[in-house]
Design a protein around this ligand. Structure first.
Ligand SMILES: C[S@@+](CC[C@H](N)C(=O)[O-])C[C@H]1O[C@@H](n2cnc3c(N)ncnc32)[C@H](O)[C@@H]1O
Length: 503
């Protein structure tokens, strides 16, 4: 293991084991004058995230290409950028202890450089003198000679205390257990509270919370799906992917360059979280009572929030296998284009794309579909593993702001489904305000004449398509919450609701 290779502990943190405690003794002229390209890339990613609201996972690859980093430097840049973004909230508390004015008054580029330096000092196996001199060189080159002295002084103060010492010091100041867990595992307090509430609501022991928070800090494996009837995993398996253990036609890979696989290029094998695969298959397979089978009529399916097309591609393939048809709705043109691209391997007659608002479909096409999937716009708190910056960017107001839209989309879907048909309500968020609260509210105020709503066992439906049981002992509960620390998936939520004729 080289000095820059991070090791992780049980909190998902990388650790500085045996990091050197001395500072550079080299003469100023021998110290690094130009910034290290890997650190420059990480700094540019942090800047794009703070200044342009960019997503780190989208910016990072283009920055790595622009600076022509080799594999090793690209790995270092990734760890530096993702780690600094993920731990930003905790690092800011450390920095606040080392600066005699509020951090909010410090230029944001300087704060980003300080976060990068702090990550190297407290969470990576970078020798302290290297962490300091590299960060100072970066600041001198990108921000200016003046701030480099300030950064040097602050990072020296950070380096005077070990990571464990900082944790102890910050925890002593925590006002609540949730805040303490947030400091220890790099989550905002409000998210810690929401996750705890969700565990409890879904019948899990809240003692799992540290494990869940740690799972959010670990990089997820890349999951593949071979579109049923269209794709084969043979090529991926030959390239070292391992067969998926949770769901059919899936594989897990650590292979960086998936574009090398012809099956991925042609779209018959796709990258998709196992949680998404499971909910799409459970939705497609749960029995409906619309009489389609009895009447020999092909089922009509709708994916009402389809962009960018991950679940729609899998649903389209499943529909094609059974001679059914899938409509995909998406209001944003460019995302609708991505859905169309995802449908490329399918027969043309199987799918149609509608560019529009799902809230209108219930009125325009009442009782039209046998199955409607609503994978509603949500906070994405279930995918924190993939988006290191999002936990600090999101706020409770976002959740409140999404609530009316989520309710209206679900209501519209329930109008668009035929009596006997099923609506799948899905979020990539475990926040109870986006999951059970939405379904509870919509069911409570349902008033379509001649119909009533029945919540089905989504857990049972998921277990029916899973290769190993997911909800042993609790499969009779209605709504299903998948968890990264239990299932190794994103924290997807699924509720299945059938619209029955009122008898
Ligand atoms: C969580 S994403 C769906 C992900 C998708 N199902 C997949 O698996 O790739 C939510 C989608 O809903 C779309 N959306 C936003 N407002 C909408 C609305 N009023 N009606 C329908 N879709 C909407 C967003 O543009 C976004 O593409």
């Amino acid at each position: 293991m080289n000095e820059n290779t991070p090791r992780r502990n049980d909190k998902g943190r990388t650790r500085n084991r045996g990091g050197e405690r001395h500072y550079s003794t080299s003469a100023p002229s021998a110290r690094r004058r130009t910034a290290d390209p890997a650190r420059l890339v990480a700094f540019e990613v942090l800047e794009a995230v703070s200044n342009d609201d960019a997503y780190a996972n989208l910016v990072l690859p283009s920055r790595i290409r622009a600076h022509r980093l080799d594999k090793r430097s690209a790995g270092l840049a990734t760890e530096l950028a993702y780690g600094s973004l993920r731990w930003a909230g905790t690092y800011d508390l450390v920095l606040a202890e080392c600066i005699d004015r509020p951090l909010a008054e410090v230029d944001s580029a300087i704060v980003n450089a300080l976060r990068l330096g702090t990550h190297q000092l407290l969470n990576m196996r970078v020798p302290h003198h290297a962490a300091l001199s590299e960060t100072v060189a970066l600041v001198r080159e990108r921000i200016g000679a003046g701030p480099s002295g300030f950064v040097n002084a602050v990072l020296r103060r950070v380096s005077e205390t070990e990571a464990e010492g900082w944790t102890t010091l910050l925890l002593a100041k925590a006002r609540s257990e949730a805040q303490a867990l947030g400091i220890e595992f790099a989550h905002p307090e409000w998210i810690v509270r929401a996750l705890r509430q969700s565990l409890v609501i879904h019948g899990s022991d809240e003692a799992q919370l540290p494990e869940l928070l740690a799972a959010d800090n670990a990089a997820p494996a890349v999951n593949l799906v071979a579109l049923p009837g269209l794709g084969s995993l043979d090529e991926a398996l030959a390239e070292g992917a391992a067969p998926g253990e949770l769901v059919a036609d899936s594989a897990t890979t650590n292979h960086g360059d998936l574009g090398r696989l012809a099956s991925v290029r042609e779209g018959t094998v796709r990258v998709q979280d196992v949680g998404s695969q499971l909910v799409a298959r459970a939705f497609a397979q749960v029995p409906v009572e619309t009489g389609a089978e009895r009447d020999g009529r092909p089922e009509a399916w709708l994916d009402a929030c389809a962009g960018p097309g991950g679940k729609a591609a899998l649903l389209g393939a499943l529909a094609q296998e059974r001679g059914f048809a899938l409509d995909a709705n998406e209001p944003q043109e460019h995302r609708a284009d991505l859905v169309e691209r995802a449908f490329a391997p399918l027969d043309a007659g199987v799918w149609r794309i509608r560019v529009g608002d799902a809230r209108e479909i219930g009125e325009i096409l009442p009782n039209e579909y046998d199955r409607v999937l609503v994978d509603v716009p949500c906070s994405g708190l279930g995918a924190l593993r993939r988006r290191p910056e999002s936990r600090w960017r999101r706020s409770p107001e976002d959740i409140a702001g999404l609530g009316p839209l989520q309710r209206e989309i679900l209501e519209s879907a329930l109008k668009a489904v035929r009596p006997g048909g099923v609506v799948g309500y899905v979020t990539c968020s475990p926040h109870p305000a986006e999951t059970v609260a939405v379904v509870d509210d919509v069911l409570a105020r349902w008033s379509e004449p001649g119909t009533r709503l029945t919540r089905l066992s989504a857990r049972g439906a998921l277990d029916a398509v899973a290769l190993t049981p997911l909800f042993e002992g609790t499969a009779d509960r209605q709504d299903a919450q998948l968890w990264p620390h239990v299932h190794g998936t994103d924290a997807m939520f699924l509720s299945l609701i059938r619209k029955d004729p009122a008898s």
